[in-house]
Design a protein. Structure first.
Lengths: 473, 93
């Protein structure tokens, strides 16, 4: 049962071939024997909730996720349960309320069985910055699973759950999905509520599903999407049935390939997969259209100015007063702030807080922050212009397959890995990562498609086609 | 190169405290990051034009009184509390 995805698991439970309880027990067993450190905690009430769900199903409940075991990232709140964002400073924090996304999963019948490891406060691309130890890639235990939603992606790949939730501020769902061979979606900014999700950079953060198949992903996003009174950034647009856009033909679909991306991709491990998928799409009747995003190469510095600037403000709330951990050495209020934060945050988080304060401080504000915001507007304009000539835009997800643990210890080297993923966050566009082939070490590599705002259905249409037909070439 | 004095100022703004050793390590890393971020300095864009999502009136909720988190829940995670409040050491004599 535990090799199955969301839809199959649900259908088997609803058909009475198995029970939610037995599936949940099987997953918990598997989590206990796992060596990847993908899961931080199995929730104590998972089995009881599964038993209740079995009763509910017997009396006719048919939710979209009826009985499906799901793991959530450690920055998503469920009332009464720990959520630590991979940080010492929130180690003992217990959620006072439930996030909108978790509530939507629960209402649809899912069982949230555990929470997954992550880079501290979602800052990183390898899950090596978690206070609770690194997560290993289930395909090769000497390599990273990607990040920051590395635990979430590894958990699905290792069959520790049917699907998981991650968050994506600069690629944190899509890059680990690529490294672990899963399907990951960062929805349009404003499609999914962030209420009850521990914030990193609020103008970029989105929650999204990590799944074994495109169809599972479409179903989960149907459940997660929608306006929320508690998150003003959510749009009051009707949620589409994304699962209606599967099993379609892609003849005549216009696929944008970006000249600047072609240049960056040259010589990378991901180049072969990128070229192969272009041929594959062309052979299947899609039109490849060359487009330009003139400022694409500046998207990374723009991201590494805006995200830390927002993080600095968001993380100001961890002051040793409101959330669990106060330094024992602190004698006065000033020391409570300084010592609690110095002891509680890891080095990458400190680096980004300092960087944020640097770009926001007087004398640098215009040169960095304001300039980055202006470039953000420019990039957004360039992408929207490009969509006048194509339906979706294709690009690689990562520069290659999962790298070795400890290989990117220099911060700037690590930041450069995000070149293909940050555009979607900086522009707010929806983006899917879908596996396409392997790299030189036989490890998974995913390609990305971007669509105009709120056109997730195009992503599911093209990615589903790729997934189902890629073997045929 | 960013000076040690500037780093100390950033620590103050960030409410963080580095050791001498950490400061020196940070200085090197930070310089590389600032160089990386400075790539944007030559870009020809109008800094006055930035993208900010504007709040539409229909997004605003009705101004109704509704129950919010109860007080005991709000201070649930506080490391120190007194009479339903967050407690901190005395700040005035």
């Amino acid at each position: 049962m535990i090799n199955l995805g969301v839809i199959e698991t649900r259908d088997k439970i609803l058909a009475g071939e198995t029970t939610c309880e037995s599936v949940v027990l099987e997953y918990i067993q598997k989590i206990k024997s796992s060596k990847t450190n993908a899961v931080l905690e199995v929730f104590a009430d998972a089995v009881d909730l599964a038993k209740e769900m079995d009763k509910k199903i017997k009396s006719g409940f048919k939710g979209k996720l009826a009985g499906v075991p799901i793991i959530i990232k450690d920055n998503i709140l469920v009332k009464g349960k720990h959520a630590s964002a991979g940080s010492l400073i929130l180690k003992d924090y217990i959620a006072e309320y439930t996030s909108t996304v978790a509530q939507k999963l629960i209402d649809a019948g899912a069982i949230i069985i555990a929470r997954a490891n992550m880079d501290e406060f979602a800052m990183g691309g390898s899950t090596e910055t978690s206070y609770f130890g690194k997560t290993l890639n289930p395909h090769d235990l000497t390599r990273v699973p990607g990040g920051s939603s590395g635990g979430s992606a590894a958990a699905v790949a290792e069959n520790l759950c049917a699907a998981s939730l991650g968050t994506d501020t600069g690629g944190s769902i899509r890059q680990p999905s690529s490294y672990c061979g899963m399907v990951g979606v960062k929805p349009t900014y404003g499609r999914v509520s962030r209420f009850g999700v521990i914030a990193y950079a609020s103008s970029l953060d989105q929650v999204g599903p990590i799944t074994k198949s495109v169809a599972d992903n479409a179903l989960l996003l149907e459940v997660l999407s929608g306006a929320d009174i508690n998150d003003e950034t959510t749009e009051h647009l009707q949620v589409e049935e994304y699962t209606n856009y599967l099993n379609q033909d892609i003849k005549g679909m216009k696929i944008g390939v970006v000249k600047q991306v072609d240049n960056i991709t040259k010589g990378l491990d991901t180049e072969k997969n990128y070229n192969d998928i272009k041929t594959f799409l062309k052979n299947n009747g899609a039109d490849i259209v060359e487009i330009e995003i003139p400022h694409l190469e500046l998207v990374l510095p723009v991201y590494y100015i805006i995200a830390p600037a927002e993080a600095t403000s968001n993380l100001a709330r961890y002051d040793g007063v409101k959330y669990t951990r106060r330094s024992e050495d602190a004698k006065n209020l000033e020391e409570i702030y300084k010592k609690s934060r110095t002891e509680g945050f890891g080095s990458e988080v400190k680096r980004r807080i300092m960087l944020g304060n640097y770009v926001l401080s007087s004398g640098y504000f215009d040169a960095y922050y304001n300039k980055a915001r202006a470039l953000q507007a420019k990039l957004r304009e360039e992408y929207l212009d490009a969509f006048k000539n194509c339906d979706v835009i294709l690009m690689p997800t990562a520069t290659g397959e999962a790298y070795k643990l400890g290989a990117k210890s220099n911060p700037v080297d690590a930041y450069k890995e995000d070149i293909f993923t940050v555009s979607a966050n900086i522009t707010g566009l929806p983006c899917i990562a879908v596996p396409y082939g392997v790299g030189p070490n036989n490890l998974p590599i995913a390609m990305q498609f971007l669509a105009p705002h709120f056109e997730e259905k195009r992503l599911y249409k093209i990615a589903d086609f790729v997934e189902k037909n890629k073997e045929a070439k | 190169m960013i000076s040690i004095e500037e780093i100390k100022h950033l620590e103050e703004l960030s409410k963080l405290q580095f050791s001498e050793e950490e400061r020196e390590k940070f200085q090197k890393e930070f310089d590389a990051i600032i160089d990386f971020a400075s790539q944007i300095s030559n870009a020809d864009v109008d800094s006055g034009k930035s993208f900010i999502k504007t709040i539409k009136m229909q997004d605003l909720r009705e101004d109704e009184i509704k129950p919010s988190l109860p007080q005991d829940q709000v201070i649930l995670n506080a490391p120190s509390k007194k009479k339903g409040c967050f407690a901190v050491p005395k700040i005035m004599d």
